[in-house]
Design a protein around this ligand. Structure first.
Ligand code: PLP
Length: 779
């Protein structure tokens, strides 16, 4: 095994500088001279840091690979039932900082680097984000991989290796612009290219209609043949693409286990269609073949359903075909009979995106299901029509959700409220018939990344007061903080930690937006994808209202105002016009408010550009209050709120998605609740937002189409919830000035966050859905 003492680690890092990154170790040492200039933005230094970071990553990766090999050997020997976690999106963020924590070698590396004259923190921040996903769903997959590895489950993750991950958001004149992010520019030290692992994925030639592609695939290209009087069918593919595996080891915490995340990249096939080369158009034949690679080029940047996109369908098919081939190959290595397949293999289909994995012959599945259904419910044609996998119409389409429900043994809601919606609204017909399939497991997030990695100050403080580090694997132990919540010494230390995190965030805000903010102000944060249902617009209207109030106050009243920094961040899908207008409106309001000397530090508005996992690791620990104010009934779960909760940020939230369960855990008195409950669903949704100065909005939003935003206001019931929203904010202001009370609520938030660990979620899936057992590699 690799040694972890500082001398061995230094040698290892320097060896990687020389042999892996291929830079001279002497040059590398010379670059130390630039260290003193670190604060300047000299590109040379930046590049130097990247080289050092890469050498460091390769060194860490060596330890990781040892564990990863051992884990595979162990799984192979034990042959347990395995889970295959199929997801088209994984929002992994950075790997270095997470790996050194999970491998338990952070301090050793920090020491080794410091003796070489480098700072671990500076180097680890050079790593770019792996953003192979959009938002909640993709980050959930990443958290779940961490928990699966930590809890020793025998698992493989499967996904796509997009070359262009989520776009970079650049703000020009208040407008979002999208820049492609070729994240592999500096190479990716964490992946292992497995050129020997590749599968052919055959596709039929695509026609213009989505449905015809499916039909061609399954019916159109199938020819009937006969041999010795026996008839049989063959399918002639139109195009063959090779899927090449890139493996990404994922280390568990407090275990030797490291599991695999296998991402597929499309490459032109090694098989040649001699015909196309013999036409004389050699160059075009090659260019056409090369087009195969485009399948895995780019991530779709929408985080809601995609409809009718041919490339998206090709991605899905490519992904599931390669994954299922690999899974069957691995099964056949050890087993002779397919009867054992269900005892050895479980598939997790993350949302409906990978549901093509189910399909053999689409219409046959539907036919069997329909016949079965008729026997059970008789000739209720309206119900039969609703439950069919095939939606009839001028162009037929396939209902992927129906297909998934019919063919899966378990259908899972992601929070208690979501489960209710599945049962009573979205899939009522299916629930009436197949209630035993339906379950829910409330989403969770990993405390390793969201406390230990991103908030080291809070991590040490918690361990000090609990007297143990065991909470990092058993987060329910955080409840032990409750008894100290009013202790003035803990409160003092808790506030100190928060202030340090606020300082880091304030620096980042100044660098990224140019706005200076006061540390005495309440940092009130709403960071997530920009969506009408998430109601960033309600937040902005609240800011406008607050600004109006301050402007109309006399001097003595102004002294009572709690200074506020409103922080908003998030990306809008490139084609989502209303969301982009909301971003512009936010900038217009910020410009007006931030340049009003009369208001000064009483109110500041900042839009943090290019929100991603790394930015959230900085923003979440540094916030006092965070907003999760979706219109009730719209957020399936939400996971951002859980990260804020763990970090002791108070929540200002509607009783939507998982917030309902957060209320059960920490009590409504420890947060600021907003708006109607789901069962109260107000009819007054089209009430205008009262008390906001409409002329003011007109002034600040000259470049934003006012009617469009007004429509959003009505559909998402901003008017109905506006008064309650203002009251919740006023309540937050009152508590904020009472430092003891605020700190107590903050400690109780962290203490009550145990339920929202992805460790709990994964244990529930393992027991009730996948039926898999841990398989721990000997240390
Ligand atoms: N985007 C990123 C980068 C995240 O870390 C998260 C958190 O889970 C999300 C989006 C989802 O946030 P929310 O659940 O608040 O929409």
């Amino acid at each position: 095994f690799l040694k972890n003492d500082p001398m061995s680690l230094q040698k290892d890092i320097l060896d990687h500088v020389e042999y892996t990154v291929a830079r001279s170790r002497f040059n590398f040492d010379d670059f130390e001279a630039f260290q003193i200039l670190r604060s300047s933005t000299c590109f040379l230094i930046f590049k130097t840091h990247i080289i050092r970071m890469q050498a460091l990553s390769h060194s860490v990766r060596d330890s990781l690979i040892e564990r990863w090999h051992d884990t595979h050997q162990h799984f192979k020997k034990q042959d347990p039932k395995r889970l295959y976690f199929l997801s088209l999106e994984f929002l992994m963020g950075r790997s270095l900082s997470n790996s050194v924590i999970n491998l338990g070698i952070r301090d050793e590396y920090a020491e080794a680097l410091s003796q070489l004259g480098f700072e671990y923190e500076v180097l680890s921040e050079q790593e770019g984000d792996a953003a192979l996903g959009n938002g909640g769903l993709a980050r959930l997959s990443a958290c779940q991989m961490d928990s699966l590895a930590t809890l020793d489950y025998p698992v493989w993750g499967y996904g796509l290796r997009y070359q262009y991950d989520l776009f970079r958001q650049v703000i020009v004149d208040g407008y979002q612009h999208e820049q492609p992010d070729y994240w592999l520019n500096f190479g990716n030290p964490w992946e292992i290219e497995r050129i020997q692992v590749s599968y052919s994925v055959k596709t039929s030639k695509l026609s213009h209609h989505l449905i015809e592609f499916l039909m061609n695939k399954f019916y159109g290209m199938v020819e009937e043949k006969a041999s010795n009087g026996v008839k049989y069918k063959v399918w002639t593919p139109g195009e063959t693409v090779e899927a090449v595996a890139y493996d990404n080891p994922i280390p568990g915490y407090g275990t030797r286990n490291a599991i695999n995340l296998r991402l597929w990249a499309a490459k032109p096939s090694g098989q040649y269609d001699l015909e196309s080369y013999n036409t004389g158009d050699y160059i075009n034949a090659i260019v056409n073949r090369q087009k195969a690679e485009t399948i895995s080029y780019v991530l779709y940047p929408d985080d809601r359903p995609y409809q009718g996109k041919e490339l998206r369908l090709r991605q899905q098919y490519f992904f599931v075909s390669a994954s299922v081939q690999g899974i069957i190959r691995r099964f056949k290595d050890v087993h002779d009979y397919f009867d054992e397949f269900p005892d050895k293999v479980a598939f997790q289909i993350n949302d409906t995106h990978p549901s093509l994995a189910i399909v053999e012959i689409m219409y046959d599945i539907n036919h069997c299901f329909m016949e079965d259904l008729k026997r059970q419910i008789g000739q209720d044609y309206s119900k039969l029509e609703r439950m069919s996998i095939v939606e009839e119409g001028i162009v037929k389409s396939i209902r992927m959700a129906n297909l998934s429900i019919i063919c899966s043994h378990t259908v899972n809601g992601v929070s208690k409220v979501h489960f209710e919606l599945l049962k009573t609204r979205l899939f009522k017909d299916f629930y009436d018939l197949l209630s035993q399939k339906f379950q829910y497991k409330t989403n969770g997030v990993t405390q390793r990344r969201w406390i230990v990695v991103s908030n080291p100050g809070l991590c040490s403080l918690i361990s000090k007061w609990l007297g143990i580090e065991a909470w990092i694997r058993n987060v329910d132990l955080l409840a032990g903080l409750q008894e100290h919540a009013s202790n003035p010494v803990l409160q003092q230390e808790w506030r100190m930690t928060k202030t340090i995190n606020k300082m880091r965030l304030a620096d980042y805000i100044e660098t990224s937006t140019g706005v200076k903010v006061s540390l005495d102000a309440m940092f009130d944060v709403q960071v997530k994808r920009i969506h009408e249902y998430k109601r960033q617009l309600l937040n902005i209207l609240g800011i406008v209202y607050r600004y109006d109030c301050i402007k109309n106050m006399n001097k003595s009243d102004r002294k009572k105002v709690v200074p506020l920094v409103c922080i908003i961040g998030g990306k809008a899908a490139p084609g989502y016009e209303v969301a982009k207008k909301i971003i512009k409106l936010c900038h217009a309001v910020a410009e007006k408010v931030n340049n009003d000397d009369d208001v000064g530090d009483l109110l500041k508005v900042v839009f943090i550009p290019d929100y991603n996992v790394s930015v959230s690791e900085l923003v979440i620990p540094g916030s006092d209050l965070s907003q999760h104010i979706s219109t009730v009934g719209h957020e399936a779960s939400g996971t951002g709120s859980m990260k804020f909760l763990m970090n002791g940020c108070l929540l200002l939230a509607t009783a939507d998605g998982s917030t309902v369960e957060i209320i059960e855990e920490i009590g409504a008195e420890n947060m600021f609740l907003v708006g109607a409950k789901l069962h109260e669903d107000p009819q007054s949704g089209d009430k205008p937002a009262p008390r906001v100065s409409i002329p003011f909005i007109r002034v600040v939003s000259t470049s934003v189409h006012y009617a469009t935003l007004w429509r959003t206001t009505k559909i998402y019931k901003l008017g109905a919830d506006f008064s309650s929203y203002l009251e919740a904010q006023a309540m937050a202001d009152r508590v904020f000035v009472n430092k003891e009370k605020w700190t107590c609520m903050s400690i109780l938030s962290t203490a009550g966050s145990g339920k929202f660990s992805s460790d709990r979620t994964i244990e529930e899936y393992a027991k009730n859905a996948w039926r898999i057992e841990p398989c721990r590699c000997p240390s």
